[in-house]
Design a protein. Structure first.
Length: 214
């Protein structure tokens, strides 16, 4: 317990850093994921191509490489932002590709007659997607989206290698101070467990309230 009690503020700062990264990256991933899923099923060919390229490139690019591209590449083009913002961009964009595919699989579960009925009432593609298809699709994919965001929370550990304040990065300071590396990582693991279990609990509540009964 000495490792935790004597360095509670350090652990707290890292824990809050990971929570902030997870929350902001999750919001970005959900927004972009919804947008890219809409592009993947859009009647406009250029939109479908853009969505396909987005998903294909990001799903097949190592996240560490994406961090290098964003944190070290964008400043070369004059875009200078705090490293925390760059980390959110890298995590959010990467995870959005997986959210997109989860949502697209949910869209495929919605009967085609739903969309046809909406169009027969004069609704546009955007209205049909936003008011009829996506709400039903989201209800059927709540658990896998939760799993995707749990993976995002764990992936945020990569940000520590790029001078971003997060939970895993606390081990460097504690190691330099001579604390047991085993107990250092035990309390780091407990912190991640709290975050992931919180996300799981949230999506369990959402599934019980909005999910499709099986």
């Amino acid at each position: 317990m000495d490792v935790l009690t004597e360095n509670f503020s350090l652990y707290g700062q890292g824990f809050l850093g990971t929570v902030e990264l997870t929350v902001y990256s999750s919001l970005l991933a959900l927004v972009l994921g919804f947008l890219m899923a809409s592009f993947r099923v859009a009647p406009v060919g250029s939109f479908r191509v853009f969505g396909t390229v987005w998903v294909t490139v990001l799903r097949n690019t190592p996240l560490t490489l994406l961090f290098f591209a964003v944190l070290l590449g964008l400043p070369r083009f004059g875009l200078v932002l705090p490293f925390e913002v760059f980390a959110v961009l890298a995590l959010g964009c990467y995870t959005s590709a997986f959210v997109c595919e989860v949502l697209r699989s949910g869209i495929n579960t919605v009967p085609k007659g739903q969309g046809e009925a909406a169009r027969s009432l004069g609704m546009s593609f955007g209205q049909t997607l936003g008011a009829v298809v996506l709400p039903q699709a989201f209800r059927s994919v709540i658990p896998p989206i939760g799993s995707t965001l749990i993976a995002l929370a764990k992936n945020s550990a990569i940000a520590g290698a790029f001078s971003v304040n997060e939970l895993l990065g606390t081990y460097k300071t504690l190691n330099e101070l001579g604390y047991s590396i085993i107990w250092t990582f035990v309390w780091i693991a407990v912190g991640y467990l709290i975050i992931t279990l919180s996300i799981s609990a949230l999506f369990n509540v959402l599934e019980k309230r909005f999910g499709v009964a099986r």
